[in-house]
Write a new protein. Structure first.
Length: 352
């Protein structure tokens, strides 16, 4: 059975502060845990750093940060303690090769803090470190943890490293990966096997029983796959009295052939080609045919590649579909990005 977080926030963000933790840190004699999805930019400025989260204890005027820094083309992470003058009073950095993934993609992390002074770290289901924190030499670790009166400051808006933090959860106990994520890793392996078979069905296109027409291009498809992927297509193909049901053909001529091909491929294997420029059309298709996983993926692609040049186009792509939860989250993330930096806001306003 999975544990229940005492705090949860799903929306992507680069800053949260002032979450009071007095009740959380007294619930357990064991510790607490922080789980989050974290994305780091593929490039960073040498010597730059960003805290992924910072724990503040005002009662004894100390803070503890989990940071990532760039040096010699490597990303290292560390536990850094600050005194009440905001000076580094204790610093431990670890240069494990795979500790942080600077690939621009989102990865799931779990930090489990125990009152015995150990901190366990997982990424994407794999435990890559257990450290003994020596960040509070004048106070016991347990006393320090229990006196936290606020958690949590997340990220730095102007960092060149941290892209975003999302799906943030805080637990009032020390947990393992399985207690937070369950059998996710095993299920992902099964999904990978299934996905390989579906990609073969899409590539080889054997025993197809329907067609999708798009401006002279014909895509042979399997009705069962389309029906399983979209409740709208399921109803259309199941009804013998409908045009699509009787002819076993579907017309999507209002979209480009490349967008339709990407859409159909997603219905088979749940993936989009890298560098696809059809997110706006794909969002429209996903909305029309109620393909929610595709909406989520399009939103991730649009926000992960966000910059001043494409911000206006992203704004226009998201606007019609804010009734979807994933789009609303991305819309809020875009708003935070715009108002976090005057240059970002100016770049958008200049295109109006």
């Amino acid at each position: 059975m999975l544990s229940t977080p005492v705090f949860e926030r799903s929306a992507p963000c680069t800053h949260i502060s002032g979450l009071h933790l007095a009740a959380l840190t007294t619930r357990s004699e064991e510790g607490f845990s922080i789980a989050a999805t974290i994305a780091l930019n593929a490039e960073g400025t040498a010597g730059d750093h960003s805290y992924v989260f910072r724990l503040a204890c005002s009662k004894i005027k100390r803070t503890l940060s989990v940071e990532v820094r760039i040096g010699d083309d490597k990303a290292c992470w560390g536990m850094v303690a600050f005194d009440h003058h905001d000076r580094e009073s204790d610093c431990d950095y670890y240069t494990f090769e795979d500790a942080w993934s600077m690939d621009g993609k989102a990865h799931e992390y779990l930090f489990a803090f125990a009152f015995d002074g150990t901190i366990s770290i997982w990424r994407d289901g794999f435990k890559f470190d257990v450290i003994e924190a020596n960040f509070c030499p004048r106070h016991s670790v347990a006393s320090f943890m229990r006196k936290f009166h606020k958690l949590l400051e997340i990220g730095e808006v102007h960092s060149s490293i941290l892209q975003f933090v999302s799906h943030l959860r805080v637990y009032g106990e020390t947990l393992s990966w399985n207690q937070v994520y369950g059998r996710k890793r095993e299920l992902e392996k099964a999904d990978a096997t299934c996905g390989k078979k579906m990609r073969t069905m899409w590539t080889e296109r054997k025993f197809t029983d329907a067609e999708v027409h798009c401006n002279g291009t014909v895509f042979p498809v399997h009705r069962s796959v389309l029906a399983a992927s979209s409740p709208v297509l399921d109803r259309m193909l199941e009804t013998e009295g409908s045009k699509e049901g009787s002819s076993r053909a579907l017309s999507l001529c209002e979209y480009s052939a490349t967008a339709v091909e990407s859409f159909l491929k997603f219905l088979y294997d749940g993936d989009l080609p890298e560098g696809s420029n059809d997110c706006q059309a794909l969002l429209a298709l996903a909305d029309q045919y109620d393909v929610r996983d595709l909406i989520d993926l399009c939103c991730n692609r649009l926000t992960s590649s966000l910059n001043k040049d494409c911000a206006m186009a992203t704004l226009l792509a998201l606007k019609p579909y804010r009734h979807w939860e994933a789009v609303a989250r991305s819309w809020n993330f875009l708003a935070l990005w715009m108002f976090a930096d005057k240059g970002n806001l100016t770049a958008v306003l200049d295109k109006i």
